[in-house]
Design a protein around this ligand. Structure first.
Ligand SMILES: [Fe+2]
Length: 561
């Protein structure tokens, strides 16, 4: 057969090889009538070929599945406990919620950003969920179909073809990326009167929570043109001077990472370009009093592996080191590159930490970073195994004077999404909390909350001092810490509050009843009985990160970005 095929090929004139596809494209163009329809038709044919079942389907089912409505519901029932006096404000959490059904495959990171907000005011509670009205979503809604590339599409040879088709679509103006392509699906931060919805692939989107609890999108952040287009989902606020510190990264050219500082009014005051030997996915950063801490961990962009291993184009290269960079915050701007960074290598194989709990400098000038580290990671979600890939709280000790770096695992409890008291960020803290993770299965199941002691413990002593475990069949996610002091009008009384005096706020989904709750837990006692449990009008899908917007912050929100 091979011989026959080869013979046929030799006998076919070269012009025919070119003419047939050209004729097909021309016919399709005539049939479909526009470059948009032609390109999307070709894209669909490529994307759908041989993809059954849909990769990533687990993240479209159960409580990972998107909700298809946008609700505003008032006077929600408090079904357990009662609301703490003075706790007025809004809990807002971001998550992926694909507006269109994925075509080729789905990755949990892909979905359009949807915000779920619980407004508490004068003892009354309302719920609102809204898509962030991103440029990407606007274009896709207008086209009536997905247009932008998605991580779940980028698998194998087909992924390479789809990447190429997307480039053609951009060149022909079918997809316009001049105003960004981000989903705003990852996290929120409140800074200088602006509530920002974040995704590391784009600039933030300004959103606003109205007094009633309704959410609206103000628009994509108008930011200094000197800054590149990407902006981390995990900027850090220095509670001492109000600065916001952030990074952005890229894969196409050095400097592969940039870091920046906004003053308390939201002005970009300094920024630096940092060259790296190879680009990586840099999801989070750490900040201390004097340093921006860059986590150059070897989760590498690898299109060759995408084709060769038929997987997504990101691979944890454990053969490469985990490098930590210390960049002094006061050094002058150098956006084009050349920032002075002290690089230190952690011992052992390269590993990944998506999330940092906090960091600070100790009395000796050493930098302590507390991160949830995973020693193995498969970014192809269908192949994930949380028995191997669960993260654990790990302490990195970095000595810029001695040029050394070390690490130690602080807890055997599997977990991620760590948080601390916002007033303790960038300075020494005693407590952190993280969502505990079932160390098994192929999708993440967050079973409760762990309270972690970050102060030096005896060797071998686990940093986890107490845990809340949800009832059987109930799962949550990140729990946001809300200090009780933030609700007290008397500053002297507020000062007497201990670091762990506050509440942990989290959406919990009951798989048995298909019902979601917004629960508040006492962060000090860690009682498994909620202080307050509010029944949601319908399930709230699992998502990523949230924030508490206090009543004061709500009133200080600006009307534009
Ligand atoms: Fe994150």
């Amino acid at each position: 057969m091979a011989s026959s095929s080869s013979s046929t090929s030799r006998s076919t004139p070269l012009w025919l090889h070119c003419a047939v596809p050209a004729a097909c494209l021309a016919t399709t163009y005539l049939l479909y009538g526009s470059k948009t329809k032609l390109l999307t038709w070709v894209y669909d044919r490529v994307a759908k070929s041989g993809r059954n079942p849909l990769p990533g389907k687990a993240y479209l089912t159960g409580n990972f599945a998107p909700v298809d409505d946008e609700l505003f519901s008032e006077d929600l029932p408090v079904v357990e406990g009662k609301l703490p006096p003075g706790l007025d404000g809004c809990y807002v959490r971001a998550g992926p919620n694909p507006f269109f059904k994925p075509v080729a495959g789905y990755h949990w990171f892909d979905g359009d950003g949807m915000l779920h907000a619980v407004r508490i005011r004068n003892g009354r509670v309302s719920y609102c969920n809204r898509y962030v009205d991103t440029e990407r979503l606007r274009q896709e809604r207008a086209a009536g179909r997905p247009l932008f590339p998605r991580l779940g599409d980028l698998v194998g040879q087909r992924g390479l073809t789809l990447m190429l088709l997307n480039r053609i679509a951009q060149a022909l103006g079918v997809v316009r990326i001049q105003h960004g392509s981000g989903t705003a699906n990852t996290a929120l931060v409140y800074h200088s009167g602006r509530l920002l919805a974040l995704n590391e692939g784009d600039l933030p989107y300004g959103v606003r929570v109205g007094c009633s609890g309704l959410i609206e999108t103000l628009g994509r952040l108008r930011f200094s043109k000197a800054w590149s287009k990407s902006f981390t989902a995990h900027p850090k606020i220095d509670p001492v001077n109000g600065e916001l510190l952030f990074i952005g990264y890229r894969f196409d050219a050095n400097p592969y990472v940039s870091a920046g500082v906004m003053d308390e009014y939201g002005n970009l005051v300094r920024h630096w370009g940092v060259e790296l030997p190879y680009p990586v996915m840099m999801h989070d950063l750490a900040v201390t009093e004097h340093y921006v801490v860059l986590l150059h961990l070897p989760l590498c962009f690898d299109p060759q592996a995408m084709v060769k291993d038929r997987t997504v184009p990101f691979k944890l290269r454990t053969d490469l080191p985990s490098r930590i960079g210390l960049l002094r915050r006061e050094q002058p701007s150098c956006p084009a590159g050349g920032a002075e960074v002290t690089w230190l290598e952690l011992p052992g194989p390269g590993a990944m930490a998506f999330h940092v709990a906090t960091a600070w400098e100790d009395a000796a000038g050493d930098v302590k970073v507390f991160a949830c580290q995973m020693d193995e990671l498969n970014m192809d979600l269908d192949a994930a195994d949380f028995a191997k890939e669960a993260a654990h709280l790990t302490e990195y000790t970095l000595s810029p004077s001695a040029g050394t770096a070390s690490l130690r695992r602080l807890s055997q409890v599997a977990g991620d999404f760590p948080v601390v008291h916002p007033g303790k960020a960038t300075r020494s803290a005693k407590w952190a909390w993280m969502a505990t993770l079932e160390p098994s299965g192929s999708v993440p199941s967050f079973t409760g909350i762990a309270k972690l002691d970050l102060t030096p413990n005896k060797p071998g002593k686990d940093a986890c001092v107490s845990r809340i475990t949800y009832p059987p069949g109930c799962f949550g996610g990140e729990a946001v810490f809300v200090p009780r002091a933030s609700t007290l009008a008397d500053p002297r009384a507020a000062k007497r509050c201990s670091e762990d005096d506050g509440w942990l706020m989290v959406y919990v989904y009951d798989t048995n009843a298909d019902v979601s709750y917004m629960n508040l837990y006492d962060a000090r006692t860690m009682s498994a009985k909620p202080v307050t449990s509010v029944r949601m009008p319908r399930r709230v899908p699992y998502g990523f990160h949230g924030t508490w917007v206090s009543e004061y912050q709500m009133k200080a929100q600006v009307m534009w970005v």
